[in-house]
Design a protein around this ligand. Structure first.
Ligand code: ZN
Length: 143
């Protein structure tokens, strides 16, 4: 077993990387494609990574490890039980946040970290969520 300190150091290193990278990656996709009108960490339920407030679109970029992506989330070798519980708790919280936001009229887009590689797909999903309003999302030509 890890000590509490050791464990929180490990978690901080993983979390730090995952969250920052995924958010920065989506922000740069937005900038590259001149997508405007979003805010980060809006103080509503779940603190969506990005939100288009007027259109009530909330976007989360879920890190493959922390949110338990089936393709890429591998449990660390030690303390498996701890990690299983922790990641299950994260997934439950994600579902609850999505449900609560929807109940309040938000359109919720959840993107996996690994999906960010397909930039056009990401933009398409977000454009659909925004009802294709061209003032907000200017898409590159889709292949
Ligand atoms: Zn993944």
């Amino acid at each position: 077993m890890f000590t509490a300190t050791k464990r929180s150091q490990i978690m901080a290193s993983i979390r730090g990387k995952g969250n920052k990278e995924t958010e920065v990656a989506l922000a740069s996709i937005f900038r590259r494609n001149r997508v405007r009108g979003w805010r980060r960490h809006l103080p509503v339920r779940g603190n969506p990574d990005f939100a288009f407030v007027k259109e009530r679109v909330a976007i989360f970029v879920d890190g493959c490890f922390w949110h338990g992506c089936r393709a890429h989330s591998r449990l660390p070798k030690s303390n498996q039980e701890y990690w299983e519980k922790k990641l299950a708790r994260n997934r439950r919280r994600d579902r609850a946040v999505t449900r609560d936001l929807k109940k309040n009229g938000w359109h919720v887009v959840r993107l996996w970290q690994h999906e960010l590689k397909k930039e056009n797909d990401v933009l398409l999903r977000i454009r659909n969520a925004l009802n294709g309003d061209p003032r907000i999302v200017r898409l590159p030509r889709l292949k």
